[in-house]
Every structure is written in C-alpha cells, then in structure tokens.
Write a protein that binds this ligand. Structure first.
Ligand code: BJW
Length: 270
C-alpha cells in the first residue's frame, strides 16, 4: 500500500494489541474471568443482578493496570501518531490506558475507560483510580436487607453496606452507591460514534489491529470504510471474523507486525 496515496488513516484496535503487555483477551483460551464469559459481566442486567460481582471484575482489571506496560505495538502507533502529517484517529475498543501511556494523542476509547467512573445519580463522569466496589462485608443487620455470598443482592445499592474504607461515593453530588464503571456494556451505545463515522467516511486507509471482529458496531467499521473508498488492512494473530473485507492481511503478533508496518509507512512518507 503506497503511503503517497494515503493521507487520512483510521486505526481500530482491540484486545490483541494489549495481549503482549499481559492483558487478557476476551475470546481466547484465557478469555474467561474466574469462569465468567464477558457477556455475563459486561451488561447492565448483570450489574443490576449482581453489582458486587461486576465491580469485582472491573476493580481487578483496574488494579492490574498498574502492573502492565505498553508494548512495541502501542509505542509504534504512538510514533505514527506523532509523525503522521495527515489526519489520523486511533479508535480503541480497549478500556486499558496503554495507548495513552505510550504517548498516543489522537485517540478515543469507544468502549469507555477503566480509569473513568460514571455516577448514575447525577450523570457526571470523572477519573477513578482505586476500587469502586465498597468492600462489601456483610453489614450488621440492616432492616430489610440480607447479604448474598457476593455481598449484595438484586436491586440493592451499596449505601447500606458497611465498608472497610473504599467508598463508592460520587465526588460531584456525593451520592454513595451509585457510581459505576464508565464502560460500554452490551446493549449500550458506544462513545463518539459520530466522530468515528466521520473519520471512516474520510479515510484513505483503515487498519484493524488485534480484534476478533465479533462485536458490533466496531466489527462493521471495515465495511463502512471500504464502502467509502478506503484501502483496508488487518493485523492480527489469525484471520478475524471479517477478514474477507480486508485488502491486505498481516498475521502475527501485534508487537512484531505493527512496528514493521509503521516503519514502512513512515519511511515511505511523501
Ligand atoms: C492478537 C494477539 C497478539 C491475540 N497480536 N493479535 C447480533 C448481531 C449483531 C450485533 C448484535 C447482535 N446482538 C447484539 C448485538 C450488538 C452487540 C454485539 O455486537 N454483540 C455481539 C456479541 C454479537 N453490541 C453492542 O451491544 C454494542 N452496542 C450497540 O450495538 O449499541 C447499539 C448501536 C446501534 C447502532 C450503532 C451503534 C450502536 C456495545 C458493545 C460493548 C462491548 N463491550 C465489551 C466489554 C466492555 C469493555 C470491557 O469490559 O473491557 O468490549 S465486550 C468485549 O468485546 C470488549 C471488547 O472491546 C470487545 C471486542 O473484543 P476484542 O477487542 O475484539 O477482543 P477478542 O478477545 O474478541 O479478540 C482479540 C483478537 O486479538 C483475536 O482475534 C486474537 O486472535 C487477537 N490476538 N493476541 C495480535 N499478540
């Protein structure tokens, strides 16, 4: 793909770009979290059914962010972002912060971020670093409430539970027990769809990296970009579900294939 013909680039990344940093993918052999499928913990219904379980899932992953580092693929994309003179947008489905820690700036998180929280009481979003679940020890008996094994029951907010210090309190309206992960769950609208659609319609090159193509609307971006005239490139460990829609395919670890592709593109810049 000659870079002289390319000015506007859209890059979609998925869990595979962070795999070599030690972040688990969703649908691989290690793609279960303590026996739960992502579809069972990443829905609004799951959160209502068992908020403690869902908080535990996201608290564990938020804590893990401190133990992982960007890899060669994140760094190569940050280099491309810094050096590419045309338009470029990195759309990540990932909720980790490895792209920005590598230095990427022209980036958006369409499925939300682990380091962001959303208050359901006042609708504010704000940065969040520590655990979000109050450590839900079974409280002294509170009238009308009982503890399930996971510390909460259907429809129950955490405000009546005694905690050991981690309080689920909104810093804006101060309501306790109504802060949830700022993550796009199944059935919810991903972020910044208008901006993504606009970039896809203008793209000369669409590159998909480390995603299985199993989750929409991201899985459909390749078809939109292609329909609007972009060349399309897939970089993944193996053919994704949408591999037939790509003009070019590079299969191998992102930490090897992405730096190779970026070097080629940047070295041949017009
Ligand atoms: C490597 C590698 C290495 C490994 N190097 N590669 C029926 C038909 C069509 C659609 C639907 C349907 N029923 C419901 C829907 C809609 C639904 C959906 O798509 N469901 C599917 C299960 C079918 N989508 C939604 O509900 C979305 N909202 C929505 O559609 O709103 C309405 C709407 C209407 C119109 C326009 C727009 C919107 C919301 C989806 C929210 C997804 N949320 C999750 C969890 C939250 C985030 C979190 O907790 O982290 O996001 S699900 C999970 O999957 C996560 C990911 O971002 C997402 C995608 O996964 P990803 O990144 O592709 O990871 P994997 O594990 O699947 O693949 C990794 C790949 O990497 C593999 O291919 C490996 O080979 C590869 N790999 N190591 C390179 N080293």
């Amino acid at each position: 793909m000659a870079s002289a013909d390319v000015r506007n680039i859209v890059i979609l990344t998925g869990a595979g770009v962070s795999a070599e940093s030690g972040v688990a993918t969703f649908r691989g052999p290690d793609g279960l979290w303590e026996g739960h499928r992502v579809e069972d913990v990443a829905t609004p219904e799951a959160f209502v059914r068992d908020p403690a379980l869902v908080h535990q899932f996201y608290d564990a992953r938020r804590a893990r962010l401190g133990e992982v580092e960007p890899n060669a693929a994140h760094r190569a994309l940050a280099r491309l972002d810094a050096e590419w003179p045309g338009e470029l947008l990195i759309v990540t489905q990932n909720v980790d912060d490895l792209h920005e820690r590598a230095g990427a700036k022209r980036l958006l998180h369409m499925h939300g971020e682990l380091t962001s929280a959303w208050c359901l009481a006042c609708d504010e979003r704000f940065p969040w670093r520590g655990p979000m679940a109050p450590s839900a020890v079974c409280p002294e008996p509170v009238e009308g409430l009982s503890c399930s094994s996971s510390g909460a029951r259907e429809g129950q907010s955490f405000d009546k539970l005694r905690t050991d210090g981690s309080v689920n309190r909104c810093p804006s309206c101060e309501t306790v027990g109504m802060v949830r992960p700022d993550i796009v769950w199944f059935g919810e609208m991903p972020y910044e769809m208008e901006r993504i659609d606009e970039a896809l319609t203008k793209a000369d090159l669409f590159v998909s990296i480390g995603t299985s193509g199993a989750v929409y609307p991201a899985a459909g971006f390749v078809q939109t970009a292609r329909y609007c005239g972009a060349r399309t490139l897939e970089i993944n460990l193996e053919p994704s579900q949408g591999s037939i829609f790509f003009d070019e395919r590079h299969y191998g670890p992102a930490g090897v294939e992405v730096p190779k592709w970026v070097t080629e593109l940047v070295d041949n810049m017009a």
